[in-house]
Design a binder for this molecule. Structure first.
Ligand code: AMP
Ligand code: MG
Length: 325
């Protein structure tokens, strides 16, 4: 496995690997992606194999922009208005598969819909354009662990399972894209992410929140039902306003409680965009020997706070599985 600077030559090499059905890790503005040719069933299978995904979740197809997307999905008026505002950027649309769409069936888990997005990161854009292919790309980590926001996170998680990592530094948004289902009468937010619920509603009006999202009360009453997707290997305790000496504190804002073994502050000024960008790297940094549990201060449930709290609740919900081993 090689970690390389993104240059014209290394991007060409990555594009060649994609054409040969191989996988490549690359930076996006959200998190690092593990990319493969979305039209090649074997390449998509290679993504699942490298991630060690237990089941075939549908993947997001990455394209340069709205014009290219229309080859693969049945575009809509809402998609058009949202793309004008958010693309390229951290917003994924779920739309009906276009007639004769070449997207691999494995990439959509056999569904009649396709999840599609245009990433804004210049390296992602350059790679997609150089390959001239839609690129299926989930986060570039082994299944069940914390998403990578730096090239070294990818290397640590995937090792020799990925031949080439394009190193674009830290991902500026830091949480995954917002996934928006545009197939029904009312748009439904399936996953909170880098584009906020409020900003989307400002463009297209009411957007429902998926009933499957872990709200505060659901997280407490039925933790077993949450997908353990964003899990450090230590237990996670949410809404912490005080700490014990064996805990590592993931703080937010200017007044973290004292007494933790180690404290990492997502944003001392209480800025949610800064907190999102720091979230996964700081969760990793606290997930280390000498720390018994990760305590997390309350994060406001507005704007990017929705995405941050979603990832934190999933991380906390995995505690049962950790205790069972
Ligand atoms: P990841 O690959 O880890 O970024 O996750 C992709 C997200 O998009 C997951 O939450 C998937 O369930 C969701 N997704 C992808 N394709 C579809 C689809 N066709 N319908 C609904 N959700 C989808
Ligand atoms: Mg992931």
């Amino acid at each position: 496995m090689r970690i390389v600077e993104p240059t014209a030559a290394s991007i060409e090499e990555a594009a060649r690997l994609l054409h040969e059905g191989g996988v490549v890790a690359f930076p996006t503005e959200t998190v690092y992606g593990l990319g493969g040719d979305a039209t090649n069933e074997h390449a998509v299978a290679a993504i699942f194999e490298a991630k060690g995904r237990p089941k075939f979740n549908p993947l997001i197809a990455h394209v340069p922009g709205a014009r290219e997307a229309q080859r693969f999905v049945q575009w809509s008026n809402a998609a058009d208005r949202l793309a004008a505002k958010f693309w390229p950027g951290p917003l994924t649309f779920v739309l009906p598969r276009a007639e004769r769409s070449p997207i691999a069936l494995l990439a959509t888990a056999g569904l009649a819909t396709v999840a599609i997005r245009a990433p804004s990161h210049p390296v992602a854009q350059a790679l997609i354009r150089a390959a001239d292919l839609p690129i299926a790309a989930p986060s570039a980590n082994r299944s069940g662990s914390v998403s990578p926001t730096r090239a070294d996170h990818v290397a640590e998680s995937l090792g020799e399972r990925v031949p080439l990592i394009l190193d674009g530094g830290s991902c500026p948004v830091g949480v995954e894209s917002t996934v928006l289902d545009l197939t029904g009468e009312t748009p439904v937010l399936l996953r909170p992410g880098g584009a906020t619920h409020e900003a989307i509603q400002a463009v297209i009006g009411p957007v429902a929140l998926s009933a499957a999202l872990p709200t505060g009360s659901a997280a407490r009453s039925s933790p077993g039902q949450l997908e353990s997707h964003y899990a450090p290997s230590r237990p996670v305790r949410l809404e912490a306003t005080s700490v014990s000496p064996d805990e590592g504190l993931l703080a937010f804002g200017p007044y973290p409680p004292a007494g933790a073994r180690m404290t990492s502050n997502l944003s001392p000024t209480g800025n949610l965009a800064e907190a999102a960008a720091n979230l996964f790297a700081q969760m990793r940094a606290l997930d280390r020997p000498g720390i018994g549990r990760i305590a997390v201060m309350p994060i406001p449930q507005t704007g990017l706070g929705l995405a941050i709290n979603d990832r934190l609740r999933r991380a906390a919900a995995d505690d049962g599985a950790k205790r069972r081993g």
